[in-house]
Design a protein around this ligand. Structure first.
Ligand code: SF4
Length: 342
């Protein structure tokens, strides 16, 4: 007797259909206790936490999946824990550590360096990195409304020396495909723009965002597209991240990475060397290794310049030159990122 196959119920369908990036984003962890439960970590084994952090917890599940279960000292976990230490006032750690506000040419448009200008496209991020240099940024005043965007585009069109636009935020890849397409279309109409650079943590923390549609959008030209990723530790580079990056690379999108030196997370030559090697396996070139920008609430991540220089010399002696990122810091008002090695 031939039996009809049982029809799939909606529940069964949901189990077999992979979540979209938007669904994954909406299911990100927003509490330390649920994250710890997921990782089988006793919350009491962590340093003192903030109860209601004004910069809330946000961790996509796929990033949590790169953490080691049971390890309260996991280097990825430490990047997202809201510690009490963030509330301490520390001399030199300020609200706007890199002088963004002084360089604001129009609302949401930062014109700091010759030939380049940066658009704050959104306040949103897929993950909340506790060391973020823009964690105190007044996004409300710089939200890009259609009118403000037009003023920013007019400024760019008027300044013919601007050859590169940097899309930043927040995270520009959190814009919908439609919004991103419209923004890129506007920029493409400005003839002196040669390059569009996006700074995004999404390919690393939410690789499902790298859909075929997004890749087509980014690769459409005529300008060159550069995607600067942000990974601080080799453990962040999962198989899904590698696959997403290989797809981007196969569409001629230049992939670079910038990292931040973070105390007890990646301040070790072995860790930094492993990161560079893993980046190269994923078709990404190490670009910058940043000394921490001194934003209020981040002092517990800082390491000294002498330690940073020692680490740099160690990785320089181990790796080929193309795997050694430039060790820099951003100084408010300076005309370029300042190398620590002169
Ligand atoms: S993704 Fe970037 S902008 Fe967003 S919180 Fe992390 S470091 Fe800051």
């Amino acid at each position: 007797m031939i039996r009809n196959k049982p029809l799939k119920t909606i529940d069964t369908l949901n189990q077999t259909t992979p979540e979209s990036w938007q669904q994954q984003l909406s299911h990100a962890f927003s509490r330390v206790d649920t994250l710890c439960h997921y990782l089988n970590i006793d919350i009491a084994s962590l340093p003192e936490l903030q109860a209601n952090a004004s910069f809330p917890v946000k961790v996509p599940r796929c990033f949590a999946d790169c953490m080691e279960p049971g390890n309260p000292n996991d280097p990825l976990l430490k990047q997202v824990l809201p510690l009490q230490q963030e509330n301490m006032a520390v001399a030199g750690f300020v609200i706007d550590p890199v002088g963004d506000l002084a360089a604001m040419a129009e609302a949401g448009l930062i014109h700091k360096y010759q030939g380049r200008a940066l658009l704050i496209t959104t306040a949103a991020c897929a993950i909340h990195c506790r060391y973020c240099f823009r964690r105190n940024f007044p996004y409300g005043n710089n939200q890009i409304t259609p009118q403000k965007l037009q003023r920013a585009l007019d400024y760019i069109a008027h300044h013919t020396e601007i050859e590169e636009i940097i899309l930043s935020g927040g995270d520009p890849l959190l814009l919908s495909d439609n919004k991103l397409e419209q923004l890129l279309a506007n920029l493409k109409q400005i003839p002196h723009i040669k390059r569009i650079r996006l700074h995004s943590r999404l390919p690393v923390v939410l690789p499902a965002r790298i859909t075929p549609q997004l890749i087509q959008l980014l690769a459409a030209g005529p300008q060159k597209t550069i995607l600067v990723l942000h990974a601080n530790h080799a453990n962040e580079l999962s198989t899904q991240v590698a696959t997403a990056c290989q797809q981007l690379k196969s569409h001629n999108i230049t992939l670079l990475n910038q990292s931040v030196l973070l105390k007890a997370i990646n301040d070790c030559a072995d860790t930094l060397s492993a990161l560079s090697e893993k980046l190269f396996e994923c078709d990404i070139l190490p670009y910058y290794l940043h000394q921490l920008d001194p934003a209020h609430g981040t002092a517990h991540f800082a390491i000294s310049d002498s330690k940073a220089l020692s680490l740099y010399h160690q990785i320089q002696s181990r790796l080929p030159g193309y795997l050694v990122p430039k060790l820099v810091r951003e100084i408010a008002g300076a005309a370029y990122k300042t190398p620590l090695i002169r």
